[in-house]
Structures are given as C-alpha cells and as structure tokens.
Design a protein around this ligand. Structure first.
Ligand SMILES: Cc1ncc(COP(=O)(O)O)c(C=O)c1O
Length: 408
C-alpha cells in the first residue's frame, strides 16, 4: 500500500504538530503499568487528590432530568461566585471596564482567543510567549494564521520575558503577548515592578496582555498564616502572586482555572476576566466554538469559586511535597533555588547524562520515575527536566530513594 503523505489530507499546521507532550508521557506510563512496574508519575500536572465534597454534591444536585443546551455565558450563580472570588482574592469589581465569563478550562480559552486576536489593529500577527512554556500558546497562534514568537526565558533573567528588548518590527506587529506567572514549567513568579513595566509596554505598543493565571493560587502555604483566606492587603504589600488586572484592565485578559486551584482537571472549568471591550466580542465568538459547559459542571464550579478553605488545604499539601522533594534536587545539584510556587520543579539533568533530556527521561523511566523532558515543553531547550509534584508523600519518599541511587 502506498502511504499518502499525511499533509495532503490535513493542513500543514496539523501535519506539522509534534505529539502533545502529555500524550507521550501517558504512553510511557502505560508501558510501565503493563510491565507490572511501580510508577512514580511526576510527568503530568494532574495530582490525585479527592475532590472537595461540596463540589461533587453541587454537581449531583444540578444533574437535570431533562438535558438542554448550556449557554456560553453561563448560569447566574457561576457569574456571582466568579465575581465574588475576583473581589476577595484580588480586590476586583466586576462590571463596567471589567467583565468575566466562564471557560471550559483554560486550555480551550487560550486556544480560542488567538482566533479573535490575530489580524487585529490593521493586521498585527505576532503572538509573543515565553519559551519554555505552555505548548498551546504556539499551536493556537499557528491555527489562527498568526506568527508565533517564542522568547527564551532563563535562570539568568529570572524567567521573565522582556518584550521591550525585541526587534522593533516584532514590537510593532505584536497582536498579543502571553505571560504566565507562577510559570509552568519553572515555578518562577514575577515582581510587581515587572508587571507595571509590562503593562506600560503593552499600552505603548497596543499589544493585548494575556495573563495565564492558572497557578495564581498555588503559592507557599506559609503565606496563609500571614494573609488568611478572605483578607486582602494592598497589592504592594501582598506576598501572593498577582494578576495584572489588579493594576489595569486596559487591553488585559486573565485566564484562571479550577484545575490547579481546586483540582478539578476533569470538570473543565475556568474563567476569563478582563477588558470588557475584548471579553464581550470574545463571548459572542464563543457561541460559535461549542464551549458552553454543561450546567451541572457550572454549578459545581460555582461551589469551588465560592470557597477558599479547600484551596488552603491544597496549598498545604503541595508546599509539604515541595519541602520534601526540593532539597533532594538541590543536594543533587539539579536546582539552585527552591521556587516559592509549589507545583513544578525545573531541574538541570546531571552532567554525566549529557544534555539529551528525552533520552534521560526514557532511561529514568526504567526505575519507574516519570518526568517531562525540556524538549517536549519548549522549542529546543535541552538538558532540563520538569518534575510536577503529583505523587503522594509516601510514594514520593520511595521515588526519592530510587532517584538518589540512580542519579548519584
Ligand atoms: C500554564 C498553563 N496554562 C493553562 C493550563 C490549562 O489548564 P486547564 O485547561 O486545565 O484549565 C495549564 C495546564 O496544565 C498550564 O500549565
């Protein structure tokens, strides 16, 4: 049989996609499970922690006898709880210049916003984003017919993307810029001065600031003693990660999610908040995308946005894991500093393994430990690996003794 080149049946963007990193990791995991080996999965950022019971109860209670189409705008209760969360956590007042809409998890909204921004303002096509970073910034730009513009962020620049240093034509043609702090995969956070400078730059160059705030609630749990849930210090004194919406709404959108905040990865629930002049037409476009969440998910999501105590508990779990696992990587010389945001560790692979992170990860999988290689989370960055703090305390301890043995 003659194989037809796949790019004659699908378009060039689709034919050119690399396998999605998490799909590759699932395959490695399935191979280990099939071989009857224990698996310590630090690969995908999807911890197995029981869902807060009121969320499940809200879902069951809202399950209707008769099924009807949901709306993209969402049920009133969800809008109320999302507005309440934005107010409690960031001091934001929804209404006027600031609008909020639900998303079916951040991923689809991150993907779909590119369709609404590429080509704006007389044909701006570049979308700037950090590398390493979340892979959908690039794929969404390509699907929207835009020009992806990855900018390498490194330990030396504290993983902060500095668009003011980019070539003048890129600055001029930037439709939007993605910023993600706390940052996947490095856990880096951004200081307030950086946000101020970024917002000024966006206003000066007429670039839409897209802030991926997926991890904004996953910070050091010690902060909960200083800033108890429900209290709100002035932004200058707030030790928690911020959203740029606290400084301005002009040309800014924030993408938030219940996936990490509440562990609702399987529910697919998030929000987009920001400049009403963008959110309103985006909502209108979304009616075409097929992204209205089922009403019972919306009610469950409302319960999660409405409560902070279960998030305090999740932070405690992740911070404890970080305190357990971080020092091991530091001892082994794989990280300089333990990040304050407690979800990922971005580590350099030991020199004796060379710089082929994919080979390193495949080899390390032989002892049952799975992590993500840097080449799968970036555009060609070699020699690093990302550990997501997913395994539970006991299995993390087991993985640590295996790793110590393997890496020394
Ligand atoms: C940086 C970043 N943004 C967005 C997402 C998407 O999250 P979700 O679609 O589950 O809300 C993820 C998921 O891991 C992420 O790491």
């Amino acid at each position: 049989m003659t194989l037809v080149p796949s790019n004659s049946l699908v378009n060039a963007v689709t034919a050119g996609l690399k396998p999605y990193p998490m799909e590759e990791l699932s395959k490695i995991k399935a191979g280990l499970v099939k071989a009857g080996k224990p698996v310590f999965d630090f690969g995908t950022g999807d911890p197995r922690i029981a869902t807060w019971p009121p969320v499940r109860e809200a879902l069951i209670k809202a399950l209707p006898e008769i099924s009807q189409y949901p709306s993209v705008k969402g049920v009133d209760r969800l809008a109320t709880e999302q507005a309440g969360y934005l107010n409690r956590r960031f001091g934001l007042q929804v209404g006027g210049d600031l609008a909020v809409i639900p998303s079916q998890g951040s991923k689809e909204a991150i993907f779909n916003i590119a369709l609404c921004l590429v080509g704006r303002a007389g044909g701006k096509k570049h979308i700037i984003y950090p590398d390493p970073g979340y892979p959908v910034y690039r794929s969404s730009t390509l699907y929207a017919g835009g020009i992806p513009y990855p900018v390498r962020v490194t330990n030396e620049n504290a993983y902060l993307l500095e668009p003011w240093d980019l070539p003048a034509d890129v600055q001029k043609n930037a439709a939007a810029i993605w910023i993600n702090h706390p940052h996947n995969p490095t856990g880096a956070t951004a200081p307030l001065d950086y946000w101020r400078r970024m917002i000024d730059w966006c206003h000066k160059t007429d670039t839409i600031l897209l802030s991926d705030d997926c991890y904004v609630d996953i910070y050091d749990s010690a902060i909960d003693a200083v800033v108890p849930a429900g209290t709100l210090p002035a932004v200058e004194r707030d030790p928690r990660p911020v959203t740029p919406l606290q400084l301005s709404t002009d040309r800014i959108l924030s993408f938030m999610s219940l996936s990490k905040r509440s562990g609702l990865t399987g529910y697919r629930a998030g929000l987009v908040a920001g400049d009403t002049r963008i959110v309103a037409p985006f909502l209108n476009a979304r009616a075409n995308f097929g992204v209205g969440s089922p009403d019972f998910i919306q009610h469950a999501a409302a319960a999660a946005w409405g409560d902070d105590a279960h998030v305090v508990e999740r932070r405690r779990i992740f911070s404890k894991r970080l305190a357990t696992f971080g020092p091991l990587l530091q001892d082994l010389g794989m990280i300089n500093k333990i990040p304050s945001s407690a979800f990922y560790l971005w580590a350099k692979i030991p020199e004796k393994f060379g710089d082929d992170d994919v080979a390193f990860v495949l080899d390390m999988a032989r002892i049952g430990v799975i992590a993500s290689p840097s080449q799968w989370l970036s555009e060609g960055i070699r020699g690093h690996v990302r550990f997501a703090l997913v395994p539970e305390e006991a299995s993390m301890q087991q993985a640590m003794s295996l790793l110590r043995e393997y890496l020394k």
